[in-house]
Design a protein around this ligand. Structure first.
Ligand SMILES: Cc1ncc(COP(=O)(O)O)c(C=O)c1O
Length: 428
């Protein structure tokens, strides 16, 4: 394999990291690249190597790194102060923009991470329904809370609806509070919702689960079944919000939940996320408008932070411009098609999954519709493919390509060449 050149300065930083950080890193990625700067669709490491960046900060940088409008908005706000804890006009303006853009959003509560947003969305539903249990889908990722880390990636899946914890450190009893259903298996999911309707507080789902698109009718069936059972349906739109469409996956797939969790793009690269939903359900955040036993406490030092709100507002202002989503989709489609063609050329059996703004390749001959169908995939081959891409100046996360508005035709052409070289190496 070609090697990227790591100079002494970067090597020294990597060694310092190993002394002070568990596993030598922040826990987010498996590779040892120390990123020094980013601009548009590219980043540079501390050794000066340039990469076409499909990691994109794990999704927030949809309009590209250091977009001039975002930088200007942030700099203007930073000069006026960084955080106040009290209300600020930019945060209120961002909430208005979310209400105007996201179909289910009538009210918005800000937090600082996607993990908090899904955690509170589940708590809100429990308070609203006065029940404890939440149904989630096997393989679904909703951040790092005790409730979210159930059957996200179980090595040994159990019978549905039994939950399997994904990490040490979760109190044993939490698994009893989560029910697990198979994604894209409408019949089983609906049966489970009906069977447990009297003890469930909500159903939470990633509308596109990791990279797996919903089968036609699946989200609609969840919508109908939860409505019939009087349960809030929560869409985790931390990734898909403002990425699949201005109104997120709920606009893209045409199914409106009661609540959604937003993050990533709405913070424009800063720590900001939100719970958004119907006025009726979100009322539990307002102690004055619900009974004490339904009132949800929620406070956060950086909630609605004005610098993050400035970055989010400037970002979504860019996304309002005509043709923006068409460009992101066109770029992603060229990359997905090129990847499929390259896989076919090298005789590699694999599935290219996702939607154009966000996709990946899974090395398996099997059609993938749910978590279990990914289990036989060749994970070693994925790692080698990612390393071969990295050596060719393509940076991506372990399981995802994020596409940006800033990626150019030249970037696409270079990436397609890199696909070909990396797959030739993987197939050899
Ligand atoms: C679907 C989904 N939900 C929640 C989260 C958690 O967000 P955060 O990393 O901001 O806590 C993520 C993060 O990637 C995500 O992809």
């Amino acid at each position: 394999m070609r090697q990227r050149q790591v100079d002494n300065v970067e090597q020294c930083i990597i060694e310092r990291a190993r002394k002070v950080l568990p596993s030598g890193g922040f826990g987010n990625v498996s590779f040892d690249v120390v990123v020094a700067k980013g601009k548009g669709g590219h980043v540079w490491d501390e050794s000066g190597n340039e990469y076409i960046d499909y990691l994109l900060g794990s999704g927030p940088m949809l309009v590209g790194h250091a977009h001039p409008d975002v930088t200007k908005a942030v700099q203007e706000q930073v000069a006026k102060g960084s955080t106040f804890f009290a209300n600020n006009a930019l945060g209120i303006e961002l909430a208005e923009a979310i209400v105007n853009g996201v179909p289910c959003a009538e009210k918005v509560r800000f937090v600082s991470s996607g993990t908090e947003a899904t955690f509170y969305a589940m708590r809100v539903a429990r308070a609203y329904r006065g029940r404890d249990k939440i149904l989630k889908f096997e393989g679904g990722f909703h951040g790092m809370s005790d409730y979210a880390l159930m059957s996200m990636a179980p090595a040994k899946p159990s019978n549905f609806p039994q939950a399997v914890p994904d990490t040490a450190g979760i109190p044993e009893k939490v698994s009893d509070e989560m029910l697990i259903a198979p994604f894209n298996d409408t019949e089983t999911a609906i049966d489970l919702i009906r069977e447990h309707a009297n003890e469930l507080a909500a159903v939470i789902v990633e509308p596109l689960q990791r990279m797996i698109p919903p089968k036609e009718g699946f989200l609609e069936a969840l919508r109908d079944a939860t409505r019939d059972a009087g349960l809030p349906l929560i869409f985790d739109e931390v990734v898909t919000g403002f990425r699949f469409a201005y109104g997120g996956a709920q606009e893209f797939y045409g199914v409106e939940p009661d609540l959604c969790a937003l993050g990533k793009v709405i913070g424009g690269g800063y720590p900001l996320a939100a719970i958004a939903g119907s006025e009726e359900v979100m009322a539990v955040f307002d102690a004055a408008s619900v009974e004490p036993e339904r009132s949800v406490k929620q406070i956060g030092t950086l909630s609605g932070n004005p610098v993050a709100a400035a970055a989010g507002l400037a970002t979504i202002e860019v996304l309002k411009q005509p043709g923006v989503y068409a460009k992101v989709f066109a770029t992603g489609r060229k990359l997905m098609d090129g990847l499929k063609a390259s896989l076919a050329k090298h005789g590699i059996q694999a599935q290219v999954l996702g939607e154009p703004p966000m996709f990946d390749v899974v090395f398996t001959p099997r059609e993938i519709n749910d978590y279990r169908s990914t289990l036989g995939a060749d994970g070693e081959m994925s790692k080698r493919f990612n390393s071969e891409l990295l050596a060719r100046g393509i940076l991506k996360g372990d399981h995802k390509f994020y596409v940006s508005l800033a990626h150019t035709d030249e970037d696409v052409a270079k990436t397609l060449d890199a696909f070909d070289g990396a797959l030739a190496a993987v197939a050899a």
